[in-house]
Design a protein around this ligand. Sequence first.
Ligand SMILES: Cc1cc2nc3c(=O)[nH]c(=O)nc-3n(C[C@H](O)[C@H](O)[C@H](O)COP(=O)(O)O)c2cc1C
Length: 192
Amino acid sequence: MDNPITKFESWWQDALVDSPLQQKSAVCVSTIDENGFPVGRFVDLKSVSESGFVFCTYFDSAKGKHITRDSKTSITIWWDHVGYQIRVIGSAQVITAAEADYFWQTRSRSAQLTTTAFDQSEPLHSEHELATRLQEVSAKLADQPIPRPGNWGGYCIKPVSIEFLTFRESRLHLRELFECKGNAWVKQLLQP
Ligand SMILES: Cc1cc2nc3c(=O)[nH]c(=O)nc-3n(C[C@H](O)[C@H](O)[C@H](O)COP(=O)(O)O)c2cc1C
């Protein structure tokens, strides 16, 4: 398969079949902080297409601030049950409001309420505040649709390179690196 997006879709589908994971599409997204350090955290991968890899979050979270300063990002995935590692490097761009609305509507009401209740990455004064903030928002919005907060949306990471590693017990892992050169994907095998 010489198109890495098609290959990614195929591997993602493979990984979803009989997945032992509770969070089946969690992937590690890394950003660059204000001191130049890479910072990783897991997010839920929402979609992939020729445009890139989409995840949703708050724009004013730590990761959102990092991306505003430097759009360079990476995604790291390890699906143990199928023996696949994938590494993506690219630039993140904000998705459209219409796309963010679409993903907001796919969220459960409880996920919408928790998203509305908190200012992600800001200090929390006590664990007790978790419950009180959620109760306040739940009471305020009882029986009403929950609008998408203006500071919540998504990013699409447009890849410049994607590496697929097929793990082998023999350690003869197959590494397939795809790099975007011009408008074409160029494939190169790498030593394990
Ligand atoms: C399995 C899993 C899935 C997660 N999915 C998301 C997600 O889709 N979006 C999000 O903003 N945070 C998600 N989180 C929380 C992030 O890992 C992280 O704690 C949060 O986004 C704050 O990161 P930041 O302070 O670096 O911005 C998830 C955490 C885990 C463990």
